[in-house]
Write a protein that binds this ligand. Structure first.
Ligand SMILES: Nc1ncnc2c1ncn2[C@@H]1O[C@H](COP(=O)(O)OP(=O)(O)OP(=O)(O)O)[C@@H](O)[C@H]1O
Length: 468
């Protein structure tokens, strides 16, 4: 469907001043208002041959306000403080301008996170794009609003029909990325579509990992950072990995056994051989948390849902029976891990699974390296201790207990996991960027870096500076 919202009229203001990190201004009725510099997105200035005029774009967020969590401010003024000049742009950057040789798509994943993507599109992004454009640009955007769990993949399959440059503004969590990656296989010489990610999911691992060098407390919220990247960012190839599964494996969604089985509760099963991912592939505790927390009942709790399910799983501390083989970066020989049972096997291409959960502290944005994080079938108390240290800047990677048990953390080229003798399906789940795959008894997964890229992604310039 085409977008067609009206343009937002900027508020005329004067006496715009900056004191430390507070922006103040005076309205036409002489009232004074303010915002923090962390709420400023960017400033659109008139072209040099016109009378100077600036529109300051700010986003105020109030997560407690259920009906109006987002407030976009457009302040029009003739003069801005000198310190703000670096935020001035002249309008929509080329990657956001719909043109015969540039397609711009918007994908709104309505069930991501706590379900705010559609409101964000209507109240923030659509008026923002419209107001930043000199013509009615958003009418030329194609908007896909998800109707079901297949919508993003279906959208991705349509991409191969065109070979022109394309920007995809994706309002979702990590699931939207994995769906794009697995719905689209471009021709070898195609111009890779460019993803602009607006983090409206729960964990938003890819977004937080890519923006790690830009995040600070106090500082801009993830959505402010994302909108700055949308307008001011630069494209980079998105490194990905490929997970290959044994025959009989299928993608599955969780069915809460305590709820009565109606049709809508039945698990949806879909055969799978390989999946591309950009974030993590796992088996054990992490995969089980993702699998068992993905219910409507848990989803309403936002990112707390992971912790709630983790508590339950820690009480059980299931020893996952599996064979783990690891290929070090500079070797051609797989090495068998000595453990027969495991608590946590996770291969990560990113540093963070949530903004404050640093699973792989050595991972740098876009470095394309895989790191293994592993522990054996340790007690719930020890697992909890390790997880808490991951929330403390990734200190879990140095944990070692007196009896010799430790967290294994190292760069890897490939990892193979084969689930052994697990009777219950519940303990035979694997996770690729939030997608859950259940394998047959004795089945498993191998993970290594993919030999090609499928998409580019917009990143903050500072990220490219910190590469390598
Ligand atoms: N209208 C819809 N009906 C049913 N399912 C939907 C709909 N829209 C999106 N979904 C599904 O909801 C899931 C949302 O996943 P996504 O990863 O975007 O959010 P999240 O799980 O909250 O965040 P994260 O993965 O970052 O923790 C996806 O599996 C997607 O396919």
């Amino acid at each position: 469907m085409a977008a067609n919202a009206g343009q937002m009229t900027p508020t005329r203001v004067r006496d715009v001043e900056l004191t430390e990190s507070t922006l103040t201004w005076t309205n036409a009725d002489n009232t004074k208002e303010d915002a923090t510099t962390h709420e400023i997105l960017f400033i659109i200035g008139s072209s040099p041959d016109h009378t100077p005029s600036f529109t300051i774009f700010c986003l105020k967020e109030d997560t407690e306000n259920q009906t109006r969590p987002f407030q976009l401010l457009l302040l029009q003024t003739d003069k801005i403080p000198h310190e703000l000049k670096k935020l001035v742009i002249t309008g929509l950057p080329p990657h956001l301008q719909p043109a015969p040789n540039n397609t711009v798509d918007i994908v709104v994943s309505t069930k991501s996170g706590t379900g705010l993507a559609q409101l964000f599109w209507q109240d923030v992004l659509q008026p923002l794009l419209q107001s930043a454009s000199s013509k009615a640009a958003t009418e030329a955007y194609e908007v896909t609003v998800t109707q079901d769990a297949q919508s993003v993949r279906q959208y991705a399959t349509t991409l191969k029909q065109s070979s022109a440059p394309r920007t995809i503004i994706l309002l979702s969590g990590d699931g939207g990325i994995v769906d794009l990656l697995n719905g689209h296989e471009p021709a070898a010489d195609a111009i890779l579509p460019l993803i602009a990610l607006l983090p409206l999911g729960t964990g938003n691992a890819l977004f937080h990992s890519l923006h790690k060098p830009c995040e600070s407390v106090p500082g801009p919220t993830p959505l402010v950072l994302a909108l700055r990247t949308l307008f001011l960012g630069v494209p980079a190839n998105l490194p990905i990995f490929q997970a290959t599964f044994t025959p009989g494996s299928h993608i599955v969604t969780y069915t809460d056994p305590s709820l009565s089985t109606s049709d809508s509760q039945l698990p949806h099963k879909q055969d799978v051989k390989t999946l591309y991912g950009a974030i993590v592939a796992s088996h054990g505790f992490h995969a089980s948390i993702v699998y068992e927390s993905d219910t409507p009942t848990y989803r309403v709790h936002g990112s707390k849902r992971f912790g709630m399910v983790a508590q339950e799983l820690l009480k059980i501390s299931h020893p996952y029976k599996a064979a783990l083989d690891v290929l070090p970066p500079s070797s051609d020989t797989l090495e068998r891990d000595p453990h027969d049972t495991h608590g946590y096997i996770l291969v990560s291409m990113v540093s963070n699974l949530e903004s404050n959960f640093t699973i792989s502290p050595a991972s740098k944005p876009l470095d394309g390296k895989l790191h293994l994080v592993h522990f054996g079938a340790i007690s719930g108390d020890r697992a909890m201790e390790a997880m808490m240290k991951a929330y403390d800047g990734g200190k879990h990677v140095d944990v070692r207990w007196d009896d010799g048990e430790r967290i294994r953390y190292e760069e890897v080229r490939e990892v193979r996991v084969v689930s052994e003798e697990e009777e219950e399906e519940r303990w035979r789940v694997f996770c690729v960027d939030g997608t859950i795959v259940q394998v047959e008894r004795g089945g498993g997964m191998s993970v290594g870096r993919a030999d090609r890229e499928l998409f580019r992604i917009l990143v903050d310039r500072r990220v490219l500076g910190s590469e390598g």
